[in-house]
Write a protein that binds this ligand. Structure first.
Ligand SMILES: [Zn+2]
Length: 238
């Protein structure tokens, strides 16, 4: 295996630890990355909490969620989120799924989650809400098969974030850092909006501001600086 390949999987492990340390994920939640040489495969941990994921836990799947590396580890039940989104969005290479408590209120009330701070502009102006009940009726709300996953991906469309009613959200990026940091700032943005709503009318970012701030967010300048700090924070706080 190439050095770049090794670095990619190491980065996936660090992303797991960052998401846990920032409380975006708890015992549940996960992050995937598309195989760099085979777009029809992706990597994700076995069914473990992100905080304790190691390189040995990483499994390889095809986009339908079938294990392809002969691993006997137990997979995440909701791996279909990742396969279906990667299937529908060729330009996306990493997907985060989490149950962030700051985000869930917006998915259950329909109150729009909107860009409110410059660092959170990345969430975008129109965030869809997927309600599993609409098509599948009473379920345990989990994305348990490709039918669920493809319906979620269809509702995500070209957005960066999708809220999942009574469950959590999924966030996409063109690379691991992008998806991870968008998930971190989605949670911060939702928290700021919840606090601001208690004080009065909110002046949100304009569509133009959202565009400019999103461009800055994905710049190497911002991305590398935040990643370096959050990765170091994992080490400092462990
Ligand atoms: Zn979930």
């Amino acid at each position: 295996m190439s050095t770049n390949f090794d670095e990619l999987l190491d980065e996936l492990v660090v992303a797991n630890h960052i998401l846990a340390n920032e409380k975006v994920v708890d015992s549940f939640g996960h992050i995937s990355v598309r195989h760099p040489d085979n777009p029809n495969h992706f990597f994700i941990s076995c069914s473990r909490s992100p905080e304790i994921v190691t390189r040995d836990d990483i499994m390889e799947f095809d986009l339908e969620g079938n294990s392809v590396d002969g691993s006997t580890l137990r997979p995440y039940g909701e791996r279909f989120i990742h396969g279906a989104i990667l299937e529908s969005r060729p330009e996306i290479h990493s997907v985060v799924h989490n149950h962030s408590l700051s985000v869930i209120p917006f998915g259950v009330t329909g109150t729009p989650l909107q860009p409110i701070i410059h660092t959170g502009a990345v969430i975008g102006q129109n965030i869809p809400i997927w309600d599993i009940y609409d098509k599948f009726g009473d379920t345990d709300l989990l994305v348990r098969n490709m039918e669920h996953g493809r319906d979620l991906a269809k509702n995500l469309g070209q957005s960066t974030v999708i809220l999942m009613r009574g469950h959590g959200c999924s966030v996409v990026g063109s690379h691991i850092k992008g998806a991870t940091l968008a998930a971190v700032y989605l949670q911060i943005s939702a928290s700021v909006q919840l606090q601001s709503m208690q004080l009065g009318d909110i002046r949100y970012l304009t569509p133009g501001e959202t565009e400019h701030c999103t461009e800055l967010f994905y710049s190497d300048l911002a991305m590398d600086r935040v990643w370096e700090n959050l990765a170091a924070r994992v080490t400092r706080e462990s």
